[in-house]
Ligand binder design. Structure first.
Ligand code: ATP
Length: 295
């Protein structure tokens, strides 16, 4: 049996770092949204006990450093799958830019956990899958559950909020990547100069008013992560009719929210002079999804 899973990327409609914890992690307030950019993760069983990884993007590690690999190991331990039955091949068709603030690695990890639950017939609940996911990365439970969610704690405490209305999202990933760990160190060093209106955003999300939500997009990482030309990219989004624009995660991806597709595409066309990684997509109201099961 072969399982193919769509592993969706996310954006942050709101990202606030509330405090640094004594364990070195940070308490966050995030409103996260799954979007229609996805990696395709195919998992099948093979002879032996090896976790074999294949990926069509050259910079991605193909060993235990890969989040997909870690996810498989964590699943096998938690689901008590015996070592001789652990031979699998994971193939990742990478479309989500990496080190981009779009949770590309976490999405792959989530997809592997969901696929293995099906492949091994373990029947674990979504809650149990999220608990396994949280062991390998704070964004993995979000990528399993998906849609529009409030994420607190280090990102693993999820609450359902009202889904984002139909809209179009234009994204641009500048040529360089941002290391999330280093981004948090910057926060530890410099702190934030301003706290976003998290509750105002929560109210806007619950009222499903797209214009209000878009006018409140905010990400504290923008206060200390330098993304060259970010101002111009946001200007291009707005000039083409974006209701709002913001950076996602620890960056550097910048996105804009549009009511109509033509405007989103016009912004994308103009943004191509800044980077080759420009996308137009729509919100998705689910986490990673099994697309095909080949018997
Ligand atoms: P987040 O928004 O959760 O901070 P990100 O989009 O900034 O995530 P990722 O795409 O998850 O970052 O990649 C961060 C690093 O993790 C990459 O530089 C890469 O070396 C490593 N990595 C490990 N596994 C994967 C994977 N399956 N896909 C992408 N990157 C991976």
């Amino acid at each position: 049996m072969k399982i193919k899973v769509k592993a969706y990327a996310k954006i942050n409609l709101m990202l606030d770092i509330c405090a640094r914890r004594t364990d070195g992690y940070h308490d966050l307030f995030m409103i996260m949204q799954s979007i229609g950019i996805y990696d395709t993760v195919t998992v099948k069983r093979i002879k032996g006990r090896e976790i074999k990884l294949l990926c069509d993007m050259p910079d991605i590690p193909l060993d235990e450093r890969n989040i997909a690999y870690k996810a498989a190991q964590a699943f096998f331990e938690e689901a008590r799958i015996k070592k001789p039955s652990r031979g699998i091949e994971i193939e990742i068709e990478k479309r989500i830019p990496h080190a981009a603030g779009l949770a590309g690695g976490s999405a792959d990890g989530a997809a592997v956990i969901v696929a293995l639950n099906k492949l091994y017939g373990t029947g674990l609940s979504d809650g149990e899958l999220c608990r396994i996911g949280a062991k390998i990365g704070a964004d993995v439970p979000f990528c399993i559950t998906g849609g529009t969610l409030l994420a607190q704690g280090i990102g693993e405490v999820l609450s359902k909020v009202k889904p984002l209305r139909k809209c179009y999202i234009t994204l641009i990933k500048p040529e360089f990547g941002v290391n999330t760990g280093k981004a948090f160190s910057q926060f530890d060093e410099f702190g934030k100069v301003h706290s976003p209106d998290c509750l105002g955003m929560l109210k806007a999300v619950q009222s499903r008013n797209l214009a209000d939500i878009s006018s409140r997009l905010e990400n504290v990482f923008e206060q200390f992560i330098e993304v060259p030309d970010r101002i111009y990219m946001k200007d291009i989004m707005r000039k083409n009719g974006a209701l709002g624009a913001c950076m996602s995660g620890s960056g550097p991806t910048v996105y804009g929210i549009f009511e109509n597709k033509e405007n989103a595409e016009a912004a994308a066309e103009e943004l191509k002079s800044y980077s080759k990684d420009v996308f137009v997509c729509a919100p998705v109201n689910s986490g990673c999804k099994i697309a095909v099961i080949d018997e």
